[in-house]
Write a protein that binds this ligand. Structure first.
Ligand code: GDP
Length: 300
């Protein structure tokens, strides 16, 4: 991921660094190349526009062009803008889950079918159990996809995390209610609700999610998005974020060779931090998202 973006940006910045003095024309030329590189990496157009505008404004500032190392200063400006675009800056830590509540903390997972929602639910459950010693309950509210509830039960067994017993014929809101009751009665610290997906965003899906959110009053609503879907991922995120109060994003398939645009656009499009990235099919393939490190990898 990010390889071709990284190559293009290094080529641009090598040219800049190679010169002793820089004019405004040089900077604007370089920023045009940055713009093209970001668009080719599938970053959403409005996000690119804002990025380039801000970085150009900072870079043509008098102090930068007059400094002894203008090329390096421009690279630093682009780096800082990239970190900000990814949700970091000012020593920000990676975005954590909000578990500091009266238990059970309720985490609702939303997203399209096939985005990796069920796998991610189990990954997060496993992580909370293993790293933080939390007592976690998972419940699948997906009554649309055949065997979705069984899939979560299998993942629960694999990672030794409890799942809500399946009762055939119950609707999502009823399952959510039952899950909440079980989590409270049995003293779970965290309840993860894996909601149903659809192939496309539609109103029925949104209505169902809102009804579940009303019952469950989640502390976290995490949108799971497949990073390999590029611009589509951006459209999905835009749609979801206008309809449900998301608290964060999980980008799956970051182990694939996507061009990276989804990852770079998500924060700006949703206004919410990327909390985790999925890095494999296995249950240990989940990592926190570090804006500084990702920006560093892109700029080499
Ligand atoms: P759901 O329909 O959204 O619940 O999607 P699933 O959790 O069933 O995932 C769909 C497929 O994507 C499964 O084959 C998963 O193993 C795979 N998958 C999920 N997350 C990742 C990831 O981060 N990397 C890779 N390579 N595969 C993933």
């Amino acid at each position: 991921m990010f390889d071709s973006l990284s190559d293009r940006l290094s080529a641009t910045f090598d040219k800049l660094r190679g010169r002793g003095a820089l004019s405004e024309v040089d900077v604007r030329g370089a920023m045009r190349e940055v713009r093209i590189a970001l668009l080719e990496a599938d970053v959403a157009l409005p996000v690119v526009r804002e990025f380039v505008e801000k970085a150009t404004e900072a870079a043509v500032g008098q102090n930068v062009l007059r400094s002894v190392t203008p090329g390096q200063q421009v690279v630093k400006i682009v780096n800082d803008a990239l970190v900000e675009m990814l949700g970091g800056g000012d020593g920000a830590e990676p975005a954590e889950l909000n578990l500091n509540v009266n238990p059970p903390a309720i985490i609702m997972m939303v997203g399209l079918q096939g985005s990796g929602k069920t796998t991610t639910t189990a990954k997060i459950a496993r992580r909370l159990k293993e790293r933080e010693g939390k007592k976690v309950l998972m419940a699948s509210l997906d009554v649309n996809r055949p065997a979705a509830q069984e899939q979560l039960a299998v993942l629960g067994t694999q990672s030794d995390v409890a799942t809500l017993p399946i009762v055939q014929g119950q609707q999502p809101v009823e399952i959510a209610r039952r899950a909440l009751q079980s989590a409270k009665l049995q003293g779970f610290d965290v309840l993860l609700l894996d909601t149903a997906g659809r192939l496309h965003v539609d109103q029925a899906l949104m209505d169902e999610m809102k009804a579940v959110a009303d019952i469950a009053t989640p502390h976290e609503i995490l949108l799971v998005v497949d990073a390999l879907t590029g611009q589509d991922a951006v459209n999905v995120a835009t749609n979801f974020s206008t309809q449900v109060p998301l608290t964060g994003v999980v980008l799956t398939r970051m182990d694939g060779d996507a061009r990276g645009g989804a990852a770079l656009s998500m924060r700006a499009v949703t206004g919410r931090p990327i909390k985790f990235v999925g890095t494999g099919e296995k249950l240990d393939g989940l990592e926190q998202f570090h804006p500084e490190r990702v920006a560093g990898r892109i700029l080499g």
